[in-house]
Design a protein around this ligand. Sequence first.
Ligand SMILES: Nc1ncnc2c1ncn2[C@@H]1O[C@H](COP(=O)(O)O)[C@@H](OP(=O)(O)O)[C@H]1O
Ligand SMILES: [Mg+2]
Ligand SMILES: [Mg+2]
Ligand SMILES: [Mg+2]
Length: 327
Amino acid sequence: MAYEKELDAAKKAASLAARLCQKVQKALLQSDVQSKSDKSPVTVADYGSQAVVSLLLQRELSSVLFSLVAEEDSADLRKDGSQDILERITKLVNDTLATEDLLKPIDSTLSTDDILRAIDCGTSEGGPNGRHWVLDPIDGTKGFLRGDQYAVALGLLEEGKVVLGVLACPNLPLASIAGDKKNKKNSSSSDEKGCLFYATIALRILQMHPSLSHLKELTLSMIYPAPLPMIDSQAKYGALSRGDGAIYLRFPHKGYREKIWDHVAGAIVVTEAGGIVTDAGGKALDFSKGKYLDLDTGIIVANEKIMPLLLKAVRDSIAEQEKPSSL
Ligand SMILES: Nc1ncnc2c1ncn2[C@@H]1O[C@H](COP(=O)(O)O)[C@@H](OP(=O)(O)O)[C@H]1O
Ligand SMILES: [Mg+2]
Ligand SMILES: [Mg+2]
Ligand SMILES: [Mg+2]
């Protein structure tokens, strides 16, 4: 199978990073001193997750050329007064790595400098040539803070195309989130949470992986339309890929520039499940332009039956809004 080694490494990295995030989210929710405006636990988890993925991918793949386009960088951690937070992140990463029975064990305790370096491996600009890993260490920061949905989203670009994606969604129920009673009645696992979606190009049949026991893996099939509750992060792409819903429309405010790490992993998970991801003009997303997506108006995700009608409805609606008012 193409990308087998890369997929194994990516699943392991995203699962382990998700474990780190779960630990921080649990502590955040249990903390008496928690205040809604306190963003520091998110920061710790974002940096920690990015360091874990960066370290794991490099150890498992040991390739000379390693390019990672990731959301976070270490600039703030290098400023005066950041030593405490950096030490917290370093401990968190070391503790997380120590819990894993890694094929190639991380042999020594990592220093704060090792952590800074691992985070800064993610400063690649991406682009149309070669291989680039793309990481959102915590997608859905708002959901994470609320104790709700978030995802560790990791993808691989080859010559500008997405060839692999992994979405670890620790809080996403295994059962459909569509409120579909028929679906839930037959499921003994409706209270279980934690999903790992993954796809490589042209891999449609997915298997269980025993070493990833804390996140269940899911076979993808994008078929059933149903209304979904609002959820944060690329867990939306995961939910659509398994048929919880059939349409995802994302129309940010004018001038907002979408980043590739918010869509790479989700896009391949959906397309390999038989769905389509385009911009409002019906063009496939182009991940080859660097960190940002250059797209027309918004992002539309649907299955192939609905897509033509949906695109027309979106275009009509945009045209209607742009019509000069008769008043
Ligand atoms: N005003 C805005 N419009 C659209 N997307 C935004 C936004 N502000 C932030 N985002 C991006 O949307 C992502 C969350 O997506 P969603 O809204 O689907 O949960 C955020 O990822 P992070 O949480 O990784 O920063 C962030 O990159
Ligand atoms: Mg994001
Ligand atoms: Mg993020
Ligand atoms: Mg962010």
